[in-house]
Structure formats: structure tokens, C-alpha cells
Design a binder for this molecule. Structure first.
Ligand code: ATP
Length: 497
């Protein structure tokens, strides 16, 4: 590489790599940049495209090393910034398999941090590129965080439908912000201030999404012990708020002091005390908590402090809060069950998980993707014959238009039941609702419903689904009396079909 033209081409290449390094790995921009960088043949798989990228970058860097130019200390300004990112990208990709093995070892090992066999090699590599030790140690921790986020988002939330692809992209932004530069320079240890609210029907994967965020927090590396300071398994604490009565809930969350109430015979540590510094507390069914706990949680969000029951001593919470509900949030806000100040504090970001039926509508192959993932989780790698057996049973027992009210959780149960009994009988009530909906759609397609019949049928279905006239009235914008009239007509119509 001697000419000015070559040098410009080399520079453009590095700039493209730096852009790819900062792009969301679940987004299209990154996909496009990878093709440009690696020059993989059209039709290559995602692995092949990435492999080509890694090889090309390695070649360029080897060349720089041969010329003694692969050292940050030789550069300044924007060149230095670009090369810094390129070196990081290169070293990160050289060690992704090592990081994956570490993640798997930690999953098996549990709450005490696993030793890291390859840290010295990476830190030495970073030092060789001119990173000072402190920076190298921090970037090693960021590498681990990047890989955990990728691992848990990709494996925990499978599916190729558009809505799943954008969900994964959104979750990545939740961990690293939409601009990695921002994260990298200032926010890497401050993401705790960004709470997240997950919405979506039951079984859509809110818990899985929360776990992906929770396991992807920043964890510092300690070169003296050659391990990270925490196991990521300790960094995620999930709790379902609806399982506790109001009194018990406060002490579960915030702890209590001995003697705070009858039966408090010992001091008790709550979840907020147990959460690791960059950890995540997942509050599932947040829509079920009453005003007193909402106020206490608001204080945690605003001031980062809380008081154990019976104590005046403030404790600090430095983790992140992710909450979820499957209730319609707008309804709860309107009905005053959810305090607005609490709601606005809670949702730096709101993510709505797609229903399984939406995903299947967008992408019929979604079912195959999910079945592969569910089957391998339940029974290890399934053979083609076993997969076919499950698919055939589903086709026969629920059909392609089934609306999966329990979403992926229901699908998991269906697969389990098919493994045990060879069949999946949909619950009778659900089947009836589905049949009623199918019948109505059929009549619409045939054009055999008048306007009143259409409205009545729709109101009848809504009532079957939501069970109150208020819900029907709100959703149809009819006053309650009219809604009730149409519900009754509709139910009679659906019954007589
Ligand atoms: N996209 C997905 N890919 C793979 N598995 C998924 C996906 N979505 C959900 N699951 C699995 O489905 C099951 C139910 O998901 P999860 O418990 O996260 O749902 P949820 O929305 O939190 O439900 P609930 O509101 O009832 O608590 C879990 O075992 C989860 O791993």
C-alpha cells in the first residue's frame, strides 16, 4: 500500500469498520456494513458474512503490524478515534467464542464469578495496540457485556418475524442506548437510571426480555483475581408482585427490621438490598401493586433510596428497574389504579412484546423457529422425525388459524403435552371463543351480515374476551347502555350459529 489512493481506500475501510462497530448488531445498517466490509458473496449466511468481515480486518491489521503502524500512540484526533474502535472491534471478534464459553460456564457455575482463562491474552493484545491498562481493563468488561447482551437477546428471543427482529434491536438499545458512542464515552456505568416498562399479553416473553436486559449489565473486571466482580446470574432478580399480599410485599421488596411488626423476629433483607450494583430488579405484574408500594417505588426511582419496614435508616439502591404488566396500561391510568407520576418515572422506555398470532401473521416460518427452540430446550436437539410429529399434531389439533391466547408459554405447554400424549386439546372455553370469532369472520367474508348484526357480533366477541360492558363500551366508543344492548344481541347471535 504505497499510493495516496491506496491510503484513502484503507482509511475508508477503517471508517466503515468503525461505523459497523457502533451499529446495533440486530439492525439492518450493521448487516449492510458487514457485507461492504467483508465482501461476502451474495446469498452467504450470517455466519459466513461475519467470518469474511473478521478475516478482512485481521489482514489489514496484520499488514499495519508488519509496518509497525498498529499502535494508537502514533495517531491523534479523528484517526486515533477510528483506529481505536477498529482495534477494539478486531480483538472483540477474535474472542467471541471464548466469551461464549465463559457465559456457558457461568450459567453452570451459578453465583460465584467464574475464572477467566483468556483475560491476559486480551489485555496484552489491547496493551500492544497502545491502550493504557486502565482503559484495557474497562474495555475487556465492555466486551463481556456486549457478548452477553448478544447471547441472551439472540437465544432468549428467537423468531425471524419483523416484530421479533425489531424487538431484539430495541432490547439492544435498552442496554447500550441507540448511540453506542454515547454509551461508550459516558453512560456505560449509568444505565441504572433508565428504567424500562415491558407491556404485552401473558406468555409473550416479557420475562425473557427482562432477563436479557438483566444479564447484560456492566460488570467490572478485576485483574488481581482474574475474574469479573460479579456473576451475571446474581445481576438479575425477578419477582412476581401479584403473589404477595400488600403487607408482605413491602417487606419482600424493601426488607424489615426485627420487631417492625408481629412476627418480625429477625431483620430481613429485601430484594432491593440484595441486588448487585449494576444489577436489574424485574418487577413482574407491576399493574397489581397498590398505591402505598407505588409511592415507595417512586421514591426508589427518584431518589434512589428506600427504607426497610420499621426503619428510619435510608438505604441506597444502585441497580436498574425493569417492570412488566400484561394489563392494558391506558385503562389502568384512566381508572386511577396506576399513579401517573409513578408511570412516567418507570418508563424511560416502553417496549411492547408482540403476540404470537401477530408474529405468525407476519411470518409463517416463525412457528418452525419457535418449535426448534422450544424442542431443543425441552429435549435437547430434536430429530426431524420428532419435529414433524409435533408439527403434525399441532396442525391436526389446533389448525393454522388458532389465535394462541397464551402465546409462547402456551406453545411450550402444547409441545410438552404432545410429547407426553401425542395430542394438544385446546381448552374448551378458548376453543369456543375462537370458533365464534371464526364464524363471524366467515359471515363477513360471505357478506351475509347487516350492519347491526356486524356490530352485535363484534360486541359479543369483545364481551366474551373482556367480560365487562365497560370494556366493550370503551373499545367501541358506544355508551354503556347501547354497548350492553349490542352485547346481548351479539351473544344470542353467536349462540344460535
Ligand atoms: N421469542 C421467544 N423465543 C423463545 N422463547 C420465548 C419467546 N418468547 C417467550 N418465550 C418463552 O416463553 C415462556 C413464557 O415467556 P415469559 O415468561 O417471558 O412471558 P411473560 O410475557 O413474562 O408472561 P406473563 O405475563 O404471564 O408473566 C418462557 O419460557 C420464555 O422463555
Amino acid at each position: 500500500m504505497g499510493s495516496q489512493k491506496d491510503r484513502t481506500a484503507e482509511w475508508t475501510f477503517f471508517e466503515t469498520v468503525a461505523r459497523a462497530a457502533f451499529a446495533n448488531p440486530f439492525g439492518e445498517i450493521r448487516d449492510d456494513l458487514d457485507v461492504v466490509i467483508g465482501g461476502a458473496a451474495p446469498g452467504s449466511s450470517a455466519e459466513e458474512i461475519l467470518q469474511a468481515v473478521v478475516i478482512r480486518i485481521e489482514q489489514r491489521i496484520n499488514e499495519m503490524q508488519r509496518k509497525g503502524k498498529a499502535d494508537l500512540r502514533r495517531y491523534e484526533g479523528s484517526r486515533r478515534d477510528v483506529l481505536r474502535t477498529v482495534f477494539l472491534f478486531h480483538l472483540f471478534h477474535r474472542h467471541t467464542e471464548n466469551f461464549d464459553r465463559l457465559i456457558q460456564a457461568q450459567l453452570k457455575g451459578g453465583d460465584s464469578p467464574s475464572r477467566v482463562s483468556f483475560a491476559k491474552e486480551v489485555l496484552h493484545g489491547l496493551g500492544g495496540f497502545g491502550f493504557i491498562e486502565e482503559e484495557a481493563v474497562r474495555f475487556f468488561a465492555v466486551f463481556y457485556q456486549l457478548r452477553r447482551a448478544f447471547y441472551f437477546i439472540r437465544n432468549g428471543l428467537v423468531g425471524g418475524s419483523l416484530s421479533m427482529r425489531s424487538l431484539r434491536k430495541h432490547l439492544w438499545d435498552c442496554v447500550f442506548t441507540h448511540d453506542m458512542r454515547w454509551f461508550e464515552s459516558r453512560l456505560w456505568d449509568r444505565m441504572e437510571d433508565f428504567s424500562v416498562l415491558l407491556l404485552g399479553e401473558t406468555g409473550t416473553g416479557k420475562g425473557a426480555a427482562a432477563a436479557a436486559i438483566g444479564r447484560s449489565g456492566f460488570i467490572p473486571f478485576n485483574p488481581a483475581t482474574n475474574s469479573f466482580t460479579e456473576s451475571f446470574t446474581r445481576n438479575f432478580i425477578a419477582t412476581n408482585l401479584s403473589q404477595y399480599s400488600e403487607g408482605v410485599l413491602e417487606s419482600e421488596l424493601f426488607g424489615h427490621r426485627k420487631g417492625a411488626f408481629t412476627g418480625a423476629v429477625e431483620n430481613h433483607e429485601g430484594l432491593f438490598s440484595r441486588c448487585a450494583p449494576h444489577g436489574v430488579i424485574f418487577l413482574d405484574e407491576i399493574g397489581d401493586v397498590g398505591a402505598p408500594v407505588q409511592i415507595k417505588l417512586l421514591q426508589v426511582l427518584q431518589e434512589r433510596i428506600f427504607f426497610p419496614v420499621g426503619s428510619h435508616e435510608a438505604k441506597r439502591f444502585s441497580g436498574r428497574i425493569v417492570a412488566a404488566t400484561n394489563r392494558p396500561l391506558e385503562d389502568m391510568l384512566t381508572a386511577g389504579k396506576f399513579r401517573e407520576d409513578f408511570f412516567y418515572r418507570l418508563c424511560s422506555d416502553v417496549i411492547t412484546l408482540p403476540t404470537l398470532r401477530q408474529r405468525l401473521q407476519e411470518e409463517p416460518a416463525e412457528m418452525d423457529n419457535l418449535l426448534d427452540s422450544v424442542l431443543s430446550r425441552l429435549a435437547g436437539e430434536a430429530s426431524d422425525r420428532e419435529k414433524q410429529l409435533v408439527k403434525n399434531a399441532l396442525k391436526r389439533d389446533v389448525g393454522p388459524d388458532y389465535h394462541w391466547p397464551g402465546n409462547v408459554r402456551e406453545l411450550e405447554q402444547a409441545v410438552k403435552r404432545i410429547i407426553l400424549t401425542g395430542r394438544y386439546q385446546v381448552m374448551k372455553g378458548e376453543k369456543q371463543k375462537q370458533d365464534a370469532a371464526d364464524w363471524l369472520v366467515l359471515r363477513m367474508k360471505e357478506g351475509t351480515l347487516d350492519a347491526e348484526g356486524l356490530l352485535a357480533g363484534y360486541c359479543g366477541l369483545l364481551y366474551q374476551h373482556f367480560s365487562t360492558y365497560e370494556d366493550v363500551s370503551r373499545r367501541t366508543d358506544l355508551d354503556r347502555r347501547t354497548a350492553k344492548k349490542y352485547v346481548q344481541m351479539g351473544l344470542a347471535l353467536l349462540k344460535a350459529r
